[in-house]
Design a protein around this ligand. Structure first.
Ligand code: ADP
Ligand code: MG
Length: 477
């Protein structure tokens, strides 16, 4: 029997607001444990939560990007459970009337586009963080994360493989970064997902029982957990059993999923409307105002690079994976009209610089005008491509206060179009290799490349390749 994998995701995105969802505590990552807590995030009696407007705006931004329907009236609910890292005894979330319903996101899997439907998106707050293995037998609790604003994106069970899950998470991360609503950093827990996995005979029109693997915070783990889970479920079904609906934990060190709880002992969260928060009531005008300020979406920017700036699909992809390079390119393209050259400069020099230095592109000490000048020097044949890339660019980084032309001048990198000088170089190359001259003259015309290389060596890259080629052909006959 051939089986089909069916997966639906619950993706948690931590929002990059300044403060928590319902109070002014900071959410700065990496602060000392338990320094970012207040009576409100601890839910002390007498305190009242108040909604962070930014969280709502970010939810709407995401909804607009995914084509979701925005519920102009939406409400908060209490989800009650007891756990040490949840000092209030409940989590504020949206259950009955979430902020957004429906929508879809397109992912590319093995070169083919596929649409994944969104069930809904809701706002909620995160719990604190428990650390169980740092100091056995003790458990530590850091409440800095308690109350951090989250969006939970729940998809329909439209995914059919770990590769599709990977594509969806990657596309979602790219989207939230373009929207400036989250850093999308999985290692720091800014994006994590619960994977609901089931199997069914290929072609079946019903769904099998699903198991939910909790809190996967890396794509590698998600992939492994899904693979393990699919095999486990197939074994059960093949042996004539039925898969029990369960919540599972994935242990990356063993690659195995283990039950946290079964359907029978599932939590009864006793949801009820959050009495301390009024319903959120939005107007069409508020939504329109957020729509007006929407950043460009990755797909739109990629399309713009291909159609407006005539970049290859390949280069457009490279430059739009992350929003910063895309924005940098668009700004640079205002300073030059040599778009291809600008893309090459970014891909071969500027992006590697940022990676090696561990600095954002905005920290590059060169202005767009200076970069445009660099490009112009190559395009106008004043500096050879190889000298520009091998010497001039780093010289500019070392002396950003000087103009590119000036640096090329003082370092003697300007390409020579002096006929005499060039003839001398050609002469040297030819007299040094009489055998090769004979071979060329008896028909091995491919040797022209060899002589070109020699002239470039002798001239230290300064000879204008077009002129050299012409002179060589004349001289060799
Ligand atoms: P609940 O309300 O019990 O949490 P939902 O219907 O909200 O269940 O589904 C939660 C998640 O599980 C969604 O992402 C959904 O796509 C996914 N899901 C539902 N049924 C299945 C199934 N049979 N196989 C895989 N995923 C499923
Ligand atoms: Mg659910």
């Amino acid at each position: 029997m051939t089986y089909e994998t069916v997966i639906g995701l619950e993706i948690h995105v931590q929002l990059s607001t300044q403060s928590k969802a319902f109070c002014s505590d900071s959410i700065q990552f990496g602060s000392a444990p338990n320094t970012q807590v207040s009576a409100i995030s601890l839910g002390h009696p007498g305190t009242l939560p108040r909604l962070n407007k930014q969280q709502l705006d970010y939810a709407i931004r995401l909804a607009l990007a995914l084509g979701s329907k925005i519920n102009l009236r939406n409400t908060f609910d209490r989800k009650n459970y007891f756990y040490a890292d949840l000092p209030k005894g409940y989590q504020i979330t949206q259950d009955a009337q979430p902020v957004c319903v429906g929508g879809e996101i397109e992912v590319i899997v093995e070169g083919k586009p596929k649409k994944i439907r969104i069930h809904h998106i809701h706002m909620e707050e995160d719990a604190g963080k428990s650390m169980h293995d740092s100091d056995d037998p003790y458990s530590y609790i850091d409440l800095n994360r308690a109350g951090t604003p989250l969006l939970e994106i729940v998809t329909e069970p439209d995914l059919r493989s770990a590769a599709e899950v990977d594509a969806l998470m990657t596309t979602m991360r790219q989207l939230v970064r373009y929207l400036n609503i989250s850093d999308g950093n999985m290692q720091e827990g800014s994006m994590r997902c619960d994977c609901n996995v089931s199997i069914r005979p290929l072609g079946a029109d019903y769904y099998g029982n699903r198991c939910e693997v909790k809190n996967l915070n890396s794509m590698r783990y998600a992939r492994k957990a899904i693979q393990y889970e699919v095999q486990r479920q197939i074994k059960i079904v093949e042996a004539g059993g039925t898969v029990a609906q369960q919540t599972l934990n994935f242990d990356p060190s063993t690659g195995v999923t283990t039950p946290l709880r079964s359907k029978e002992d599932a939590h009864d969260y006793r949801y009820f409307p959050e009495p301390d928060l009024p319903p959120v009531v939005l107007t069409e005008a508020q939504v329109a105002a957020i729509k007006k300020e929407m950043p460009d979406l990755p797909k739109e920017v990629r399309q713009q690079l291909v159609t407006e700036y005539q970049l290859s699909e390949y280069n457009a992809d490279l430059l739009t994976v992350e929003p910063e390079p895309a924005r940098f390119f668009l700004a640079l393209a205002k300073a030059t009209t040599s778009y291809d050259a600008a893309a090459n400069l970014m891909i071969n020099k500027i992006l590697p610089w940022s990676k090696e230095e561990g600095k954002p592109l905005t920290a590059l000490p060169l202005s767009y005008a200076q970069l445009a000048e660099f490009i112009a020097l190559i395009e106008e044949g004043k500096v050879s491509n190889s000298i520009a890339y091998q010497e001039l660019f780093s010289a500019m980084l070392n002396a950003p206060e000087q103009s590119a032309a000036n640096l090329a001048q003082v370092n003697n990198w300007l390409q020579s179009d002096d006929e005499d000088e060039m003839s001398n170089w050609v002469e040297t190359a030819i007299t040094d290799f009489p055998d090769k001259v004979k071979a060329y003259q008896s028909g091995k015309k491919g040797l022209i490349g060899f002589f070109m290389g020699e002239v470039m060596k002798v001239s230290k890259g300064k000879a204008d390749p077009k002129k050299v080629n012409q002179l060589l052909r004349e001289r060799l006959g």
